[in-house]
Design a protein around this ligand. Structure first.
Ligand code: FMN
Length: 259
């Protein structure tokens, strides 16, 4: 079993995303999987500029850019499972990952139409590249579900259009609260994080052994470190209580981050 993680954090090896990839890899390696991680931030991947050269007879399925895209795509073709790992940047996936996806274009016969397994109408895609089972790993600082909504929905639709299977969705919110994997004193204040990291290890084991992450492990990994009392979110809706509730909300977040 070969697992390839594509890390799209601009902080590369120093980031929280890579820290969590390593937890998954530890479990996967213990089950005998071969694991590799690549940092898109260290590579040179140009934007697809829609020149259509790759769709002409002369340069069919060849890109005018000479960069690292082919190298990444070849690694993806050789992998059994891909981990698409992204921090949330302004409520969406990293542009590094989106730029890579846009480069699928030169591997697809855009003029040829297909019906996908889920009954959608789409152009031809290179299934050896685009249809690998994948895990989505998302990291962010905010705790609200709206923060990761767009990215999670994107990957659900991606799986449908590209005839792929989602092998797990891991969403690690509140990264600042526990110090993004490099502040042990912050982790000590929230011992639940150790169990969450253990769930990441377990996710790796499951990926290697079964090819997917079970719902119970996913739920264990995706728990919040702490929750804001429900009544506060409710009070924020009413103009009369809004100011007081907002102050209290700010205090809770501040205490959590500086605990
Ligand atoms: C430009 C930028 C935009 C960000 N936007 C958001 C955001 O909209 N919501 C959020 O919760 N976190 C946001 N973050 C925080 C990162 O998602 C978070 O710190 C993540 O864990 C970083 O991962 P890394 O350490 O692997 O780079 C943003 C960070 C940066 C640098």
């Amino acid at each position: 079993m070969k697992i390839l993680a594509i890390n799209s954090s601009f902080r590369g090896n120093k980031g929280y995303t890579k820290f969590l990839i390593d937890k998954i890899f530890k479990g996967a390696k213990d089950e005998g999987a071969e694991c590799e991680s690549i940092n898109l931030a260290e590579l040179h991947i140009n934007h697809c500029i829609d020149c259509q050269s790759c769709q002409t007879e002369e340069h069919f399925l060849k890109c005018i850019h000479k960069d690292d895209a082919d190298m990444v795509f070849n690694k993806m073709r050789q992998a059994d499972i891909i981990i698409f790992a992204t921090p949330i940047y302004t409520l969406d996936m990293s542009s590094l990952l989106k730029t890579l996806f846009e480069r699928y274009y030169y591997n697809c016969k855009i003029g040829e139409f297909n019906i996908t397994n889920s009954g959608l109408f789409f152009h031809h895609v290179d299934t050896s590249l685009c249809s690998k089972p994948f895990v989505v790993l998302i990291t962010c600082d905010n705790m609200l579900k709206e923060t990761t909504h767009t990215t999670i929905e994107y990957f659900k639709i991606y799986a449908k259009f590209l005839d792929s299977k989602i092998a797990g969705i891991l969403v690690r919110k509140q990264g600042t609260v526990v110090g993004h994997g490099n502040k042990p004193e912050k982790e000590k204040a929230y011992p639940i994080i150790y169990d969450i990291y253990d769930a990441y290890y377990n996710a790796g084991k499951e990926l290697a052994a079964k090819g997917f992450i079970t719902k119970s492990t996913e739920n264990r990994a995706n728990r919040l470190i702490f929750k804001v009392p429900f009544y506060l979110k409710y009070l924020l809706r009413f103009a009369h209580f809004r100011k007081k509730a907002a102050q209290r909300y700010e205090m809770i977040m501040d205490t959590a981050i500086h605990r």
